[in-house]
Design a protein. Structure first.
Length: 656
């Protein structure tokens, strides 16, 4: 990486709206970049927050009969709560009503004025209240309506301070020219250049028509003016670092990237760099503008009732699955379509089949052939070609991430998984092990583990929890150190032992509406809790009920229970409790079972009786004797009795 500090921002979200999928998308991209930057050891500052000034907020509060600040507090909190719910790793949540922010904006106003970039004049123009923007007559639709939102504009004349935006035309064009990546995607940069080439008017940056905003610095002695919201809002990127107050984080400037929706590109790509030039501050490295989300091909709107609530989707399908879907589904900058079919396909196919199933295959193979042991030291001896292919893909990834090519990043990151799945099909470990190629088979498992480890590290920023779970199964933790070792230095994984685990991405069979699915999940949860409560009630008198976990039928059948016949029985000398039994369970030889039942049964009375045996228990040693099974029994205050079939059954019959 060329720079060691990463300052990553979302826009500050305007508090006249509830959070929707577009807000979630921007924030998730920013969170992904911030997490990645931290993982590669960069000093990272991730900013999000809320924009709370302006006429619209004042009016919205009034309409609800609330104090403006109280109303802003309320809506700002819904954003903060959502990001906390979504585990967004922001370092600061800024609010434009913060006292520090206001001070910083005033300082900037003073500095721009000193520079000669601010002057006072009167302004007459067509003003859209909704967009808080004056529009030149030429831009109005039918000479009256706002070109951005379509609402009627009104002619407003007021005294205003102006910023000399026109003076920055050439400097801006020179900046775009010298920095081909300053606006991403590049197609958007061309739009901005064309707009600036068309000529820039000076910018009215104060208002007298409302009150809810940052006042001018006191020495201007002009109390009826408040700052125009865009100067106020854009300045948050500096004031969050302490500009104008304690300056303590100013070394994070300039921003690595400002992430925004394409609707506010003009403000970020024209006004903001011009303000910064006026302040003699360096300009941001990238401004990344993403597109809109539609639903099933249609524009989302409240009136159509098809607005996607990000919280509902995340609850129904899993937050990290949702993160993966959003970043994978849409080329950055393009418009994206949200459909549940597409989301379910991504979960079942990319995540379930390609990723989750690969971990299952590794656990299955290592369990079957090596008691769970996985060693990776011989991978390069047998599978260098596969390793090379994987590393070639991984090497392409990092630049894609910081160029916001997240869909390509994830697409490329899936290639190593294909390499792994193909290797299993091609080398057929089940054949190799039969042919006695033990070393090759172990190395193949090592290859799969290595690929899973590398993919998880590179996927961590997108799916933090899931990848942590995978790496835990592979015997290591995701940290900047393990990233350095495994990704940068290509170090071999330490040996580890796998264990059976729940699937990471249970298959979603049916396409259900979000609310239907939520309803089902809620019911399942309630049923589970009801069962738990009932179980607790039942066990209250006899046994302590804590820790009774429900298991599926599959888990029950992991225990092999069989009918056995005690064919030999003797007391273990010097032991009060143990009997040494030979139990026939229909195998070539009887099993030796050391049972702690001497206090309740004599050797004699057990001989030639039937018992129930746990047949797949790991062998254990008791008083130096091997025990290869366990007898089912029940014990209460009256003593212990063995569980036996009601009528004699064929020896070796499975119990189910
Ligand atoms: Zn408008």
């Amino acid at each position: 990486m060329s720079c060691h500090k990463s300052y990553i921002t979302t826009p500050i979200y305007y508090v006249n709206d509830v959070a929707h999928i577009g807000h979630a998308y921007t924030t998730i991209i920013a969170d992904t970049l911030a997490r990645y930057a931290r993982l590669i050891g960069q000093d990272t500052f991730f900013l999000t927050g809320t924009d709370e000034h302006g006429q619209k907020i004042e009016e919205a509060a009034k309409a609800r009969g609330k104090e403006t600040q109280a109303y802003a507090d309320e809506i700002s909190k819904t954003f903060k709560d959502l990001w906390d719910d979504f585990d967004i790793s922001y370092d600061k949540f800024i609010r434009t009503t913060d006292a520090d922010h206001k001070k910083g904006v005033q300082k900037a106003f003073t500095a721009m004025h000193k520079k000669g970039d601010i002057y006072k004049d009167s302004y007459q123009g067509h003003y859209c209240i909704s967009c808080e923007t004056f529009f030149p007559e030429l831009q109005l639709v039918d000479g009256e309506f706002c070109p951005d939102c379509g609402k009627a504009t009104s002619v407003v004349e007021e005294e205003s301070y102006f910023f000399k935006l026109s003076a920055y035309e050439d400097k801006l064009l020179a900046w775009y020219d010298a920095n081909p990546d300053c606006i991403l995607p590049k197609s958007k940069r061309n739009e901005v250049i064309r707009f600036v080439e068309g000529g820039l008017n000076d910018l009215s940056i104060t208002r007298t028509s409302f009150d809810w905003g940052v006042k001018l610095p006191e020495d201007f002695n002009d109390p009826k003016h408040v700052m125009y919201v865009w100067l106020d809002a854009l300045m948050n990127y500096l004031t969050a670092l302490g500009y104008g107050t304690d300056e303590k984080n100013m070394d994070f400037w300039p921003a690595r990237v400002h992430l925004i929706g394409k609707d506010i590109l003009r403000f970020h790509a024209i006004y903001w760099p011009a303000f910064l030039m006026s302040l003699d501050m360096p300009l941001p490295k990238h401004i990344g503008a993403h597109g809109w989300w539609t639903r099933n091909g249609e524009k989302m709107s409240k009136s159509k009732g098809n607005v996607v609530n990000p919280k509902e989707v995340a609850d129904a399908y899993g937050l990290e699955n949702f993160r993966y879907f959003m970043l994978r589904e849409v080329p950055f900058g393009g418009d994206g379509d949200f459909s549940q079919r597409a989301l379910i396909d991504r979960i079942n196919s990319d995540l379930g089949n390609d990723l989750g199933n690969l971990l299952n295959r590794l656990i299955g193979m290592s369990g079957k052939y090596f008691e769970g042991r996985v060693e990776s030291d011989l991978v390069s001896k047998y599978y260098q070609a596969e390793l090379d292919e994987v590393d070639a893909s991984l090497a392409k990834l990092e630049p894609m991430l910081f160029e916001m090519q997240l869909h390509r990043y994830l697409e490329e990151l899936w290639r190593p998984l294909t390499v792994a799945n193909k290797a299993i099909d091609m080398y057929q470990p089940w054949t190799m092990i039969k042919e006695g190629k033990t070393e090759e088979t172990m190395a193949l498992n090592g290859l799969i583990a290595t690929i899973l480890a590398k993919v998880s590290l590179m996927l961590h920023a997108v799916m933090p929890q899931t990848t942590s779970t995978i790496c835990e199964a592979l015997g290591f933790e995701i940290t900047p150190e393990s990233f350095e070792e495994i990704i940068r230095n290509g170090e071999t994984l330490a040996p580890f032992t796998t264990q059976k685990r729940e699937p990471l991405f249970p298959r979603i069979e049916e396409e259900l509406l979000v609310d239907e699915r939520q309803e089902i999940l809620k019911k399942e949860k309630e049923e589970k809790e009801a069962k738990k409560a009932a179980q607790k009630e039942k066990n209250k008198d006899s046994k302590p009920a804590e820790g009774i976990a429900l298991i599926g039928i599959d888990q029950f059948f992991e225990t092999s229970l069989k009918i056995g016949m005690v064919v030999e029985a003797e007391e273990v000398p010097k032991s009060k409790k143990l009997l040494l039994l030979q139990v026939d369970i229909g195998e070539d030889e009887p099993r030796q079972v050391v049972a702690g039942i001497k206090e309740f049964y004599s050797a004699e009375e057990l001989l030639n009786t039937q018992v129930c045996v746990v047949a797949n228990l790991k062998p254990a040693k008791l008083m130096g004797m091997k025990s290869e099974g366990m007898l089912l029994a029940a014990k209460d205050k009256d003593g212990l009795c063995l569980i036996r079939p009601e009528k004699p059954k064929t020896i070796g019959t499975p119990i189910s």
